[in-house]
Design a protein around this ligand. Structure first.
Ligand SMILES: *C/C=C(C)/C=C/C=C(C)/C=C/C1=C(C)CCCC1(C)C
Length: 247
């Protein structure tokens, strides 16, 4: 139904949420094509990482296609589609951390710990958003529970296992790449809890006196920066390390 509607519903020029849904979709699609094609030109050991970058942006492109329709047709936040997308793409970003540190001895248990932390973060966040009664207490309780998972990933990337394995790898390209990804998790991912607080009942929404929900504006911008940015950092590692290897 929404697909048919989208053919006739134009994107209102004064609606930044609709605009970012559309540009987000195009950007994710273009990025996915880029990573899939470039996968062919990087050294063998980086091909899987590039494939994962392509999957992250490709999966997001499909969800953006549907989220944009949903938003245009209903004017509502596509919460379920959003969290389905994150539940697939955030664990894949954890896979990127694992692949980059594998050569230095990363174990599958590290991958599982990161995946469990991200699923915890997302399930609790989903309960906070999807089952909101508009009260601040509901939003805060589930937001805080979700943040525990986020802090765990942050810790692992900055000082925990991932950071230590990067150091152990002794490869300056990997060390610098992991540091950049850790910055993405610290700054880029922090936009999500800020967006979450903009839902009705959320601290920022109340504090700024907004009547409507602006969560999608924050999530759309953050997704584009984080998913495409993450992929580009991984791509940078792949091409730089190739050029440092002697033929
Ligand atoms: C591609 C999608 C990404 C990188 C999504 C990341 C999402 C988060 C880091 C969400 C975090 C949240 C909190 C820390 C608390 C409030 C609820 C969430 C789920 C928005």
């Amino acid at each position: 139904m929404f697909t048919i509607l989208s053919d006739i519903v134009a994107i209102p020029v004064d609606d930044p949420i609709a605009f970012t849904f559309f540009t987000g979709y195009m950007a994710m699609l273009a990025a996915a094509v880029f990573f899939f094609v470039e996968r062919g030109s990087v050294e063998g050991k980086w091909k899987l990482s590039l494939l994962v970058s392509g999957l992250i942006t490709g999966i997001a492109a499909v969800h953006y296609y549907y989220m944009r329709d949903y938003y245009l047709a209903t004017g509502q936040t596509p919460t379920a589609l959003r969290y389905i997308d994150w539940t697939l793409t955030v664990p894949l970003m954890c896979v990127e951390f694992y692949l980059l540190t594998k050569a230095a001895g990363a174990k599958v248990s590290l991958l599982w710990k990161l995946i469990i932390a991200s699923v915890w973060m997302l399930v609790t966040g989903y309960i906070g958003e999807a089952f909101t009664d508009g009260s601040t207490s509901h939003s805060v309780i589930w937001g805080v529970l979700s943040t525990i998972g986020y802090v765990y990933i942050l810790y692992t990337a900055w000082v925990g296992e991932v950071a230590q394995l990067a150091k152990k790898s002794g490869d300056p390209v990997v060390i610098r790449g992991i540091k950049t990804l850790a910055w993405f998790v610290l700054v880029g991912w922090a936009v999500y809890p800020i967006g979450y607080m903009c839902m009705p009942g959320g601290w920022l929404n109340d504090g700024l006196g907004w009547s409507a929900s602006n969560v999608d504006l924050f999530y759309n911008i953050a997704d584009a920066i984080n998913k495409i940015g993450f992929g580009l950092v991984v791509y940078g590692i792949a091409v730089t390390s190739k050029s440092t290897v002697k033929a």
